[in-house]
Design a protein. Sequence first.
Lengths: 160, 203
Amino acid sequence: MMSKFNLGRNEESPEVSTASLPDIVFMLLFFFMTVTVMKDDSLKVVNELPNATEMKRLEKKDRIITIYIGKPQKKWEDIVGSEPKIQVDDKFIDVVEVGSFVLGRIASMPEGIRSYATVSLKVDKNANMGLISDVKQELRKVNALKINYTTLNGEILLNR
Amino acid sequence: MTNRDEVPKVNAGSMADIAFLLLIFFLVTTSIETDAGLARMLPAINPKPPLPIPEKNILPILINGEGALLVDDEQVDLADLRKLTIAFLDNGGASQEDPRYCDYCRGERDSKSSDSPAEAVVSLLSNRETSYGTYISVQNELVGAYNDLRNREAQRLYKRLYTDMEKAYRSPETPVSVKEDLKPKIKHIQDLFPLNLSEAERN
C-alpha cells in the first residue's frame, strides 16, 4: 500500500503545462473588449452619480450627448473656482453655451437619428438644482427635450 | 542536412505575454458602461396656455433647500412618497356617470382627490438650493409610482410586467415582429396611466 504513494518520490515533480495560458488570457481580453467602452471624456469635475432604482438603459451610443455637472476637481479649483461647473467634451462651458453646444452635436449626427437625440445629464449628487434648472431651461430653448438623468443602480436613501 | 519536409514550429511561448499586454491596455483605456438612468421629457417652451387644472387633480410636492419634502403642505418622509403618489393617481374620484370614470382604478374613490389617472398631475417644485441627490430620489419615487401602477395593469391585461415589455421593446436584440406586437400594448398601458409630471422652480 505504501509503495503506491512513494512511487514518484525520486522523480522530479512534473511541470504544469502553460500551453492554455494564452487561451485563458485571450478569453479575458475578449470579455473586457465586449463589456467595456472606450473612455471618451476625461473628467474635470467631481462626478459622483446618485442612485436610482427605476432606470432605463441608454441603448444606442451614437445619439447621446453627455453633459457633466459638478464641482471642479482639486487641480482645476485654482483656475475656475469651486462652484459647480458644466463640462462638455474636455472643457468647461458656461450655462448660456449649453444650447449652442447641443445644437452643434445634433447637427453632426446623421439626419435619421436627430430626432432621437438624448441629452444624458451626468450630475454630481451634491450639486444644487439651481444650475441644473438653468441647464434644463437652455435645453428647452433649443428644443432638446429628451433627457436622461444618468444614475447608478442602488438604494435611493443613500443619496443625501 | 536537416530534413526539408518538416515545417519549423513557431515558438508560441510569448503569446501569453502579448495577450496580457492587450488585456492590460483594454483594462486601462475602457470603462464599464454606466449609461443608464431616469429618462424624462422636458416640457416644450411656450406650449399652449395651460388650461386651469382643478386643485384636487394636482399633487403638489415641494422639496426645500434642506431636502425636506412637503406634499399637500404636510411634511412626509421619502419612504412614504411612493405610496402617497400611488394613492393619488389611482384614486379615480369621478363618479360612475362621469365620462372620466376610471374602471380600472383600485383607489379610495375619494371625491376630494384626483378624478382619474388621465387628469391627475404631479407637480414637483424644487428650490435652487435643493441637492441633486434628493431631487433624483424624489424623481425616482415618482417614476416608481407610475411604474408600479403600469406594472399592475400590464400584469392584469397581458400577464407581463410593463417594465419588462418596455425593456424588450427598447432592446436592440428583440426581433421586429415582437416589437410590433409590443408597441400597441405599451401605448395602451401608457394611456391608462399617462406620466403627467410638471416641474417648476421656486427661489
